[in-house]
Design a protein around this ligand. Sequence first.
Ligand SMILES: C[S@@+](CC[C@H](N)C(=O)[O-])C[C@H]1O[C@@H](n2cnc3c(N)ncnc32)[C@H](O)[C@@H]1O
Length: 182
Amino acid sequence: MARMTSPDDSGYLDLVRDQVPLYDALQDAAVAAIPFQPSTVLELGIGTGETASRLLRRFPAAEITGLDSDPDMLFKAREVVHEVSLARIEDPLPDGPWDLVLSVLTVHRLTDEQKQSLFRRVREQSKALVIGDFVSLGGDRGKTQVPGQAYPDTAEELAGWCDGEIVWSEDDLVVIVADYRA
Ligand SMILES: C[S@@+](CC[C@H](N)C(=O)[O-])C[C@H]1O[C@@H](n2cnc3c(N)ncnc32)[C@H](O)[C@@H]1O
């Protein structure tokens, strides 16, 4: 797959593309899944701003707030987004309302209870949620969980907890969309 330009084309991106061969396909699928033109977006675990860059190519007028617990990541992301917030997704989110909450390769870091709490908080102040992430393929759950770092669930569990729909999947990666406008 062709490499995309980005605010940081070294270090993190080389590493993540090495570890996640379908990284670019996942990013593209997450942005393609956004169900309407969002004005305000909160991205959870924004990293270097790779998803945000793609989102802005599709929706140039969107105002994105990027949240991450790593100040070095936010330093790079601030070249791309409207505003950044140094925070953990386990904690209260920046005040909405948001048209869209988006998160790629980050939610799997939460325990099941924390994920369900996050999804409840997102639903209270967002019209839509898009998640792109690793999932457990079922039988591999014991092997894919890394205490303190990674708690992947099945795609069906994740979709059920956020009341969303699985719109893309390849290997152990999925994109899930929840549209709360109705
Ligand atoms: C694998 S990177 C994904 C970054 C970006 N979304 C992407 O797709 O390239 C995970 C990101 O989540 C951030 N992160 C990890 N745990 C977090 C937490 N509990 N709260 C907020 N951010 C977190 C990390 O600092 C990192 O930037």
